[in-house]
Design a protein around this ligand. Structure first.
Ligand code: B12
Ligand code: SF4
Length: 454
């Protein structure tokens, strides 16, 4: 048996970092516990804070609990801080995993497969690791860490990486339910909207909120997305019911369902809504405007669905095409209206700064917002995250990744134009930041302020 501590990388840019327990860690925690290991899933924000001077992570070493194996989950923006925290941790072996590690190891750019980008760690693991990380911890317990494991990467003396390619994805129908009870952070209140722009109020403020992920993978091919064109693998309704029950038992009464597209199979979506409703949950999910209809949304609304997020991305047909989104501005407007007519808060997620962006297309985005009036709009600056098509083949998009592309995606200073990775031929970084600021202010003035930033 190994004593294992799992944590996410510190992420200070999130509006409430402790709300965002990594579901990946909860799945890993459950698999490790089932295999007999002693596991804790800790809230990294209890042990770290951000110093005033830009970007300096302070780790409160005196609070860190020693362990055998430390596992840190990294997305690209928090990988650097994850490594700094690992460096300080009194663990015998330190392992990084998560989307960032997977996309770098499985990705095409060899220059980033180096210890310089993963300081603080002894090993890296790619892929979905419910089986392989358990194997790793089993081998650790037996003193056999030299054994080959799919997805495991070791550093050579010169800092380069020796990596066994990831193995097949685990069968999600055979997994234990996420170890919700192991999360040491709180399940916070206030993670669902309490009012729509039309003034309809929702009884969500005092509800404790948990997260779920019922299906992995997405068949669509958006060029900015790291999860594109991956096989859809669904948990069974029995598993989902067991998860909702487990969450209800720890006092959760509101759910954020993070599936890429919860409406991808209408019948399954209705069945899930029945389950959520039977346990008295209010909930929110993500949909696509080509995978919805008025009947379905009325059904969902009657079963506790209070909000739906849509990856609208843009108001310009040209930009949607450039992103390979497979939607049009008109279809997006229609989808938002169907959602609102059903009484569900419609959130539009928007992306500014994708290759091809111009002042004109940004004005088209504003006009789309003005004409459509979603209940909430979140505006994100495009970065070519590892895993996306833009990251893999920048030349196809008429751009180049600068040498320091990857380090600029660390979560340092979101308000500094220099942290924008790409130099677009169509707009300067300063222009893009100016356009974003103006559009953001317009959203705050015209779309519900309370909902604007989640
Ligand atoms: C929920 C979610 C969020 C939530 C919560 C994040 C969290 N703490 O989990 C919120 C809204 C906060 C969020 C924010 C962001 N997110 Co997000 N998010 C997701 C989403 C939709 C689901 C994640 C999930 O739960 N997956 C299910 C679990 C089972 O999978 P998993 O986490 O990958 O874990 C498995 C493996 O990775 C591995 N593993 C994970 N951790 C570890 C650790 C160790 C030690 C080991 C060995 C293995 C291992 O094993 C796990 C079990 O199979 C994914 C998309 C997706 N489909 O996965 C995007 C995704 C992870 N997000 C992404 C991005 C870009 C962001 C943002 C940067 C967006 C933005 N512009 O603000 C921010 C950054 C946040 C931050 N600094 O932490 C990208 C990451 C790309 C990348 N290169 O890193 C993804 C992949 C979206 C995409 N399709 O492009 N996100
Ligand atoms: S952005 Fe959404 S719809 Fe597009 S590929 Fe990613 S998960 Fe699928």
């Amino acid at each position: 048996m190994a004593k294992v501590i799992l944590a996410g990388g510190p992420s200070f840019a999130l509006f409430n970092p402790s709300l965002h327990v990594s579901l990946g860690l909860l799945y890993l925690g459950a698999a490790l516990r089932r295999a007999g290991h002693d596991v804790k899933i800790v809230d990294c924000h209890k042990y770290t804070f951000l110093d005033e001077s830009p970007g300096k992570l302070i780790v409160m070493r005196e609070l860190l609990e020693p362990c055998d194996v430390l596992g840190i989950s990294c997305v690209t923006p928090n990988a650097e801080f994850g490594g700094q925290m690992a460096e300080a941790w009194p663990a015998k072996v330190k392992v990084a995993g998560g989307p960032h590690v997977t996309y770098i190891l499985e990705g095409p750019h060899h220059e980033f497969k180096h210890r310089n980008y993963f300081r603080g760690f002894d090993y890296l693991m790619s892929g979905e690791c419910e089986e392989t990380f358990v194997q790793f911890c089993d081998y650790f317990s037996k003193g056999m860490l030299s054994m080959p494991i799919p997805g495991l990467a070791r550093f050579r003396k010169d800092g380069s990486i020796d990596w066994n390619p990831s193995g097949p994805m685990p069968d999600v129908t055979k997994m234990p339910l996420p170890a919700y009870d192991l999360w040491e952070g709180n399940y916070s209140k206030g993670a669902l909207a309490v009012q729509s722009i039309s003034g309809k109020s929702v009884d969500a403020a005092e509800r404790t909120t948990g997260s779920m992920f019922t299906a992995r993978g997405c068949p669509y091919g958006c060029y900015f997305c790291a999860d594109a064109r991956t096989k859809l693998r669904e948990e069974t309704l029995e598993q989902i019911e067991a998860e909702v029950k487990a969450l209800a038992e720890i006092g959760v009464t509101a759910l954020r369902v993070w599936d890429d597209t919860i409406t991808i199979k209408e019948k399954r979506c209705r069945d899930m809504a029945d389950i959520f409703h039977n346990y008295g949950m209010l909930w929110r999910g993500w949909s696509r405007v080509n995978l919805m209809n008025a009947d379905l949304f009325k059904y969902l609304a009657a079963r506790g669905c209070t909000e739906m997020g849509f990856g609208v991305e843009h108001g310009s047909a040209r930009m949607l095409k450039a992103m390979n989104k497979g939607t049009t501005p008109e279809a997006n407007s229609k989808g938002i209206k169907i959602c609102q007519d059903a009484g569900i808060v419609a959130r539009a997620y928007l992306l500014i700064g994708f290759p091809g962006e111009t002042w004109e297309s940004i004005e088209e985005m504003r006009l789309w917002l003005d004409g459509t009036r979603p209940d909430a709009a979140s505006l994100h600056m495009f970065q070519p995250y590892p895993g996306s098509q833009v990251w893999a083949s920048p030349e196809r998009f008429g751009i180049e990744l600068p040498e320091n592309a990857f380090s600029q995606m660390w979560e340092l200073n979101d308000d500094d134009p220099k942290t924008l990775v790409l130099d677009l031929p169509t707009m300067t970084k300063e222009e893009l930041f100016q356009a974003r600021t103006e559009l953001h202010e317009w959203i705050v003035d015209n779309i519900s302020l309370r909902l604007a930033n989640r």
